[in-house]
Design a protein around this ligand. Sequence first.
Ligand SMILES: *Cc1c(COP(=O)(O)O)cnc(C)c1O
Length: 366
Amino acid sequence: MSVPLIDIKRQYMPIREEVDRVTKQVLDHGQFILGPELNKFEAEVGEYCNVKYALGVASGTDALLLALRACGVGPGDEVITSAFSFFASAGVISRLGARPVFVDIDPETYNISPALIEKAITDKTKVILPIHLFGQCADMDAIVEIAAKYDLKVVEDAAQAIGSKYKERHAGTLGDAGCFSFFPTKNLGCAGDGGMVVTNNEEIANLVKILRVHGGRSEYVHEIVGYNSRLDTLQAALLSAKLPYLKGWTEARRKNAARYDEELKDLPLKTPVVRPNAYHIYNQYTLAVDERDKFMAWLKEKQIGHKVYYPVPFHQQECFGDLGYKTGDLAQSEKAAASVVSIPVFGEMTTAEQDEVIGAIKEFFA
Ligand SMILES: *Cc1c(COP(=O)(O)O)cnc(C)c1O
């Protein structure tokens, strides 16, 4: 039996009528940009995450871009982040003319290592950008404390972490601003690109609000040069219909993860390490394996969906070559990039499918 890494159709089918109805409503009323369903969805996310402001933007990438800009990041500034993530986390920093400063990860959680942040701070540092990779929050108490000490802002890349918690507080609400992605394979996905900035800071919220409409506080009057970056009303309507299910979907992922933890614990591989203060939502269930190539060839032969997130750390990307890093500078990020592989954990996976995945992995190590 083949098992896909994810199958988004299985999530859609049971709620199809509801989703079709609300999206049709939008097509009928025609307010496609900044329509009423967007306001509704923003209020719902605000309530879900217990945060004052939630602003829909065109993608998770744009959420990061606008949030960083609203925190004052511009040419000549430095933003500290980790080197092991999806490209957008670092790409947005460069796009603002700022310099990404890469810090190594905690090899257990793959999140930024707080102990290494302070050394990376200079008088140009504006923001610390922790990434809650795979759905587990970074060590936010330590990060927020360092930020306060040096008067820096904290922008959370919570693209993979909607619904994730740190000490009972939601990912995205732990720093100055948080960024979500509604890319179709995220835990709350839309039918295309979408994203959101959440914040309790009124000033940041007001700036994001104008940045997403070309920097105009009122129509055709521009104080700053902004972007065209809204979450479509259509996507907001669909997301609004899906949001009530997120908790259940997350629990299903966590249940699958717990079963893997139990079944794979005695094998010579590394299963995800979860910190006691974290509520992990498993956007990915990521293993680390020494002989990864062989392991992946085996999974491929067994038709088990799998993927490497992410094979090349930022400091080894060609486009960041002029930042002056060399191989060996961020050893833990390099090691993770060479050993991780994610396996199916989506909530709609059947027990028989998970049996298949577990069986194949056990067989490999037998
Ligand atoms: C998905 C993702 C993004 C970007 O989100 P898009 O909606 O695809 O633009 C940023 N950071 C991380 C860690 C992501 O996983």
